[in-house]
Design a protein around this ligand. Structure first.
Ligand code: KG4
Ligand code: ZN
Length: 329
């Protein structure tokens, strides 16, 4: 089976082709227009998708060495995400599906992130725990079986990716903040500044990052670089405060659910310091990370999950629409 996946939930215009469980092309066009505003401007993002989508899809088809007629289905992100950007992808997918007379499969973006781990490791078996850490979500999931998921805990305020993005802005770094903070923290001492770690009470699986962000804001108000503390030390300490909480909570969830496999998904999963710390803390468990290109938003995860869904469900209707607050459960 050959499935085209389209992803336009935020500021990446992405398309990929999955053939029998293997990704044979994966094209992502990151919209750089937003960096001057320090965050995504929804209206601009929709317009950029309109401009880029056709080109990105054609490139994905070409790279896969197939023609449009070879497609058996189109999978597209239905939500969560920005209403306008989701609609551009969905309208495009429906038009293509209608013209080619093939099914169009609506995909939950979060489920796509979780399942991107099967691309990284096809031997992955259910059940497992997933730490989903992106720009909009920080959640711990118990993935028991296909479409049988239990939310164990999530953030009460900012997502981990948001803590990176907002922290970067306070620190005078570019958007998106995650990769910028990661780069700027190299060589810094992560123990120099004691930033707070929230909600560490026994068995608590929830997260909170807004206090950490405020604490960085106050710290930077009075901060002057000296020979004993550099800006690099502050950045490394801030990054470590985010990572420590993620590690502690994932470890806790694994213990509570008594499973020995866990996966990490979402943009923040690209962070090498997080990967290193998780690997050190969970040396008895199987821990899987998607390839870096499958961590941030991409069409591969949408095409892969689209094919999986088609294995046991029929998708005939084109009546679905964008669902900006789509939940996974
Ligand atoms: O999954 P994603 O591409 O989009 C959403 O669904 O939100 O995640 C984007 C988030 C951004 O907040 C970005 O700063 C963060 O992932 N991110 C990172 C890294 N690369 C991307 N955070 C930490 N370290 C990174 N290397
Ligand atoms: Zn995402």
């Amino acid at each position: 089976m050959i499935v085209l996946g389209i992803e336009t939930s935020c500021d990446e215009t992405a398309a990929a082709v999955c053939k029998d469980g293997k990704i044979i092309s994966n094209i992502v066009s990151r919209q750089i227009i937003h960096s001057q505003f320090g965050g995504v401007v929804p209206e601009l993002a929709s317009r950029e998708h309109e401009i880029l989508l056709n080109r990105v899809v054609i490139e994905a088809i070409k790279k896969a060495n197939i023609s449009l007629k070879d497609l058996n289905a189109v999978a597209v992100t239905q939500g969560p995400g920005l209403t306008g950007t989701l609609l551009t992808g969905i309208c495009f997918a429906k038009g293509l599906g209608f013209g080619l007379k093939i099914p169009v499969v609506p995909i939950n973006h979060l489920e796509g992130h979780i399942f991107s781990n099967f691309i990284a490791d096809p031997s992955l078996r259910l059940p497992f725990i997933c730490l989903l850490v992106s720009g909009g979500h920080t959640q711990l999931w118990y993935i028991e079986a296909m479409e049988n998921y239990q939310l164990l805990g999530e953030t009460r305020d900012d997502a981990a990716g948001e803590a990176f993005d907002k922290g970067a802005r306070i620190l005078g770094l570019d958007y998106p903040g995650g990769p910028e903070i990661e780069k700027a923290a190299i060589g810094g001492n992560p123990s120099k500044v004691k930033f707070p770690r929230s909600l560490l009470g026994k068995n608590n699986l929830e997260f909170s990052f807004s206090g950490l962000k405020t604490s960085l804001l106050y710290f930077m108000d009075d901060f002057k670089e000296t020979s004993s503390i550099s800006k690099k030390d502050v950045i490394a300490s801030y990054q470590k405060a985010i990572i420590d909480v993620l590690v502690i909570k994932l470890k806790r969830a694994i213990k509570i659910k008594n499973v020995n496999t866990c996966v990490i998904a979402g943009g923040v999963a690209a962070n090498k310091c997080l990967r290193k710390n998780l690997q050190a803390a969970l040396d008895n468990q199987k821990i899987i990370f998607p390839d870096l290109s499958y961590c941030t938003d991409n069409g591969a995860m949408i095409s892969y999950l689209g094919e999986k869904k088609l294995e046991y469900k029929k998708f005939k209707s084109l009546s679905f629409s964008a669902s900006p607050n789509l939940k996974l459960s």
